[in-house]
Design a protein around this ligand. Sequence first.
Ligand SMILES: [Zn+2]
Ligand SMILES: [Zn+2]
Length: 263
Amino acid sequence: MTPSPQTKSKRKPAWLAKTELERGLAGGRCPVCWSLRRSARRYIFSFLYEGMMSGSARETFLKGGGFCREHFWQAKAIEAECWADGFGIAILCENLLDRSLNDVKQIPDSKPEKKPSLLRIPTRPARRPAVLGLIPRSGCTVCAVLRESENHYLAVLEELLEDTDFSQRYQSSAGLCFYHLQVAAGQWQSSVALRLVKSTADGVVRQLIAELREFQRKHDYQYTSEPRGPEWTSPERAIEFLVGPMAELAGFADLMPTRKQDR
Ligand SMILES: [Zn+2]
Ligand SMILES: [Zn+2]
């Protein structure tokens, strides 16, 4: 599941990435956000299906404090949709909670010592040291995979934008979200690719602003009888451009269409 840019099969992942990016473009989404969401669902599905049976994979999961909030809820939704009688999440939660008992024990009962102030300036009470190893959730394995995948998708996209056909399709799409635009700007070398994503973003933002204004205008009592147009979804599209898509908690059935009854 962990892609390595230096592997022999470099061509294949680039081809797969191209397919995913194109599907994202065609669906009117940020192609990188779209591809990463698909990577996340495939990774979580595969972890629940067989990865968690491996002792080392389970240990990495537990040491990282489990999945982050978004990916834990997504894992629960994937399990509910793909295996009616699944109980993998229950096992993982039990394992995590077992470990958390030890963490809870480590919380000191006594007040932390206050540092004396030589100048009699009021000081803040000393903070108790963090002892809850599971709380930071910084070790979410899905997030780790996505960080690698993000670089891969962006690198493939940079290359694709040098292709006339692809760049034309890109220009008539929703383009990269604001976050991925910034990441691309920090990483890409190709001025052709950068010019393209910048000019597309400029057009997308201007269009969104116009639609948001139209949305507001139609809320004025004088115009409320006017039919609703595409501007009606502009707040959702604007949020998606600014911060990325909403967390996905349904639509996982396609992950394992023919082996759904196996578990
Ligand atoms: Zn994005
Ligand atoms: Zn995560």
